[in-house]
Design a protein around this ligand. Sequence first.
Ligand SMILES: [Mg+2]
Length: 268
Amino acid sequence: MSKATVLIVENEAIVAADLAGKLVRLGYEVAGEAARGEEAVALACRLRPNLVLMDISLPGPVDGIAATEAIRRQHDVPVIYLTAHADSATLARAKLTDPFGYILKPFEERELATQIELALYKHQADQQIRQQREWLRVTLTSIGDAVLATDNAGRITFASADSANSLGLLVQILGHEVRTAYDGPSALALAQAFRPEVVLLDIGMPGMNGYDVVRRLRQMPEVKDTLLVAQTGWGQEEDRQRTQEAGFDAHLTKPVDVAILKALLAEK
Ligand SMILES: [Mg+2]
């Protein structure tokens, strides 16, 4: 793993220099240093550190707590407070910003290391929990599709629009930018405008089907290097043969296997 990067926010130059030295000795990388709250917010946005060490009492209108509020509104980054004096009113205000740690000055190198490791670990665990919630949401959305599919009237339109949305969400969670089209003609228009690196194309669309769309896509200069992936419920050898002949680069059977999808997206 690469070194965790830390932004130091401390108005006393000697303390800041001491902190920087300790961090480097402990194996972290100092992403930057700020002496004022406004500067801390700007640097956190620009440098995207893995962690912020934030002095609470800073000169100027933005103290460490206000700076932390501003940073955390924009970025999901763990913050550890540093302070020389912890009165209960300050502590109460600090608590509201959901800090990952609180260190009283002066501090030992060992205490700093423990707090940083705990904060990084807790932050990662929090992110995993959020991710799992998001997966659960996607799963529940997919279950919604299946329920809709038992309903006969208008079922294809609903099911395909819904599964396009949940697949889109899944791809987005995997860290990619997504646009969604719900039929062949709009897929062609969107492909031209958005110039995607990957197209996940349903075969069984009403009207213009996936085979028709892929043949047209193959003639578009805008997507000449695009990975064209067929998505279908059919996974027999002859089905794979057919999508390949129509011009697809790959064939995904539904329900989409996340590991295979991830591998396909990683190719680009
Ligand atoms: Mg200070």
